[in-house]
Design a protein around this ligand. Sequence first.
Ligand code: MG
Length: 430
Amino acid sequence: MRGRPRPSRLPGVDGVPVSPLRPPRRERSAVPAPTIAGVRAILTAPGGINLVVVRVDTTEPGLYGLGCATFTQRHRAVASAVDDYLRPFLLGKDPARIADIWQTAMVSAYWRNGPVLNNAVSGVDMALWDLKGKMAGMPVYQLLGGRCREGVAVYRHADGRDERELTERVQAFLEQGYRFIRCQMGGYGGRGPRAASPEGALPGAYYDPDIYVRSVPRFLEHVRAQVGFEVELLHDVHERLAPIEAVRLAKQLEPYRLFFLEDPLPPEHIDWFRILRGQCATPIAMGELFVHPQEWTPLIAGALIDFIRVHISAIGGITPARKLAALAEAFGVRTAWHGPGDVSPVGHAANLHLDLACPNFGVQEWSGFPDPVRAVFPGCPEVRGGYAYVNERPGLGVDIDEEQAARYPCRDDLPAWTLARLPDGSSARP
Ligand code: MG
């Protein structure tokens, strides 16, 4: 019997009856499957923050997808990567092949894993998920496995000039139904009367890490005394401390039971997370500047963080984010995707579709949409009672009104806060 060919079980071969399964779409219909007919970046700043959205058109009239590619501080570089490089690469391709397009687009530049090209690929990637949802007649969360929850718990930013004002803002959010609140004093802090700078010190957004780090336990003590422990409090270090100061702060904050301490260290100092972990049990969220898998993989696999909070467009879109969420799930790490004003409503919707479908969702950062942003992006997600909801339209559910978008041109000057300096006048992480 050896060597004798076994009868094929494939449908329609060797006389075996044809399977009742439906043949692929393109054989079913005389209409050819759509291919990619247009790719372009749209720049707009309706909330005063530069946003980059990518529109992918197909050969089927009216069938297009939108993705977020927002890198606020380098928006034109991303637009060029989309219009000058990804557009010619993608024209004529099958938009259904998201995984293949992501892989080939990412490696076709040979050098990869930087924020400009990752954002450009994200714009295309999210647009293809949006398109796939529209073609399937389903919201994207259905394509990702369906709902794990009905709404997405969000956290808001409370900020005050002093402890009293901060506590008032926290209480205002509590009255609106929010249960997760990030507490900051004076933005990212350290803006007290600063030490004398040397003669001729350059202009910049000065902050004093010592003033900042001493203020945090003080204002958290005040807020906890006023609102108790029934509310989840968070705090963002924004990577503005020397590593050993970040370790000392995380230890000091243990009694205030933070939901998490955000970005205590910069991506350049990830080796310090092992030291931080060995010193205290303050939950750690990390990653809004991450762009490379080797930044998050050791932290997750080493059980060194509790929440992964990348900026999804900065890692390349929904395709890598769903894999990152699954990696995190295997190690007991929850998601807390970056959700500031420099994410377009299309990007916020992508965050929420992932949040709905990921079992290991933790919490979602939420900055809210000013009215001009809502006017430019019909279909924005809504928040009610501390939970965010996407609409149930196919795809990501958010559109763009390009006439409205054109009314809000992007600005080319850098935001002042990015030019940070320490008291002695030296340049610092913003
Ligand atoms: Mg942050």
